[in-house]
Design a protein. Sequence first.
Lengths: 97, 213
Amino acid sequence: MSHWMFNCKEVSMMVSESMDRKFPLHRRILMTAHLFMCRYCNRFKKQLLILRKAAGLEDIHEEDFGRSPSLSKETRERIKQAMRDLFPDPDLDSLNT
Amino acid sequence: MKRFLNAGMCLPMTKKPAEINSRIENPESWVDQHGDFLYRFTLSRVKDPSIAEDLVQETFLAALKARKNFQGRSTARTWLIAILKHKIVDQIRKRVREQTSDKVESMFNAAANNPEDASFDDEGDWRVGPSKWAINPMKLYEQKEFMDVLYHCIGELPERQAEAFMMREIDGFSTEEICKVLNVSATNSWVMLYRARMWLRRCLENNWLEVEK
C-alpha cells in the first residue's frame, strides 16, 4: 500500500507521533490522504485511539462491582496504620520539609 | 518511583483549590472515601484478593509520599487510580518475569524493542495488516477480557517503554515531561511510544480473540 509519498511503516510512525505532538500542515495532509486510501493504516490509527481510551479508563465492569467485596474493616485499619507509620504527623506542612 | 511523585499532575484542573485542600488534608480519609473503589478496580485486574489489598495499600502510601505534588489538576480519585495502575502493571511485570526464562525474556525484549521489523516488509508495507477489532470504544469498560489482555500486554513491555506509555496515556504527561523523567531526547520519546503502541496492538491481536481477520 505504498501510494503517496509515505509508505505504511512511515505513516504508522506518523500516526503515533501525531498523538504526541502537532505536525506541520503539509505532513498532516499527506498522512490524512494516506489514511483515506489505506484501510490497514486507518485501522491502525483507530486501534491506537482505543489503546489511549482504554489506558485512561477508570470505570469498572458492573460484574466486578457485584463480585468483589469491599475492603474489610481490618484491612482499612491496617492501611491507615501503615500511613501513620510512614508519616506519624499527618499535617500537610510536615511533608513539605 | 519518580513517576509516582508526578502522577496525575498534568491532568486538567477540574476543582477549586479549596475543595482539593479539604480532600487532601486528611489522607486517612482517602481510605474510607476511595479504598473500596481502588480495591474493586484492582480485583478487576488482579485476581488474588491479598495481592489486591497490598497494591491498594502501596497506592495509598505512594500517594501520601507524593501528596505535596498533588496540585489539584485532577480529582483525588483520578490521581489515586493513576498511581494504582502503575502498581498493577509493576505487579504483572513481576509475575511475567517470574514465569519467563532469561532466554525467552531476551527474545521477548528484542521483539518488543523493534516491533516494526515484524510488522512491515522491506518496502514498508504491512506484512499482516491490522485486524478489525470487534469492540465498541464507547463501552470499553464492559470489555473485561480486552482490558485484562491490555494490562497483561503492558506488563510484558520492556520497563522503560511501559513507563513512557503509562506516563503518556495514564498520567497524561506531555512528551517534554516524559523526556525529563526518563532522560531521553524528544525523538527517543516518540520512538519509545511508537514501539510501545506497536507492541501492544500486536500483543492484543495475538492474545485477544475478538478480531475479524
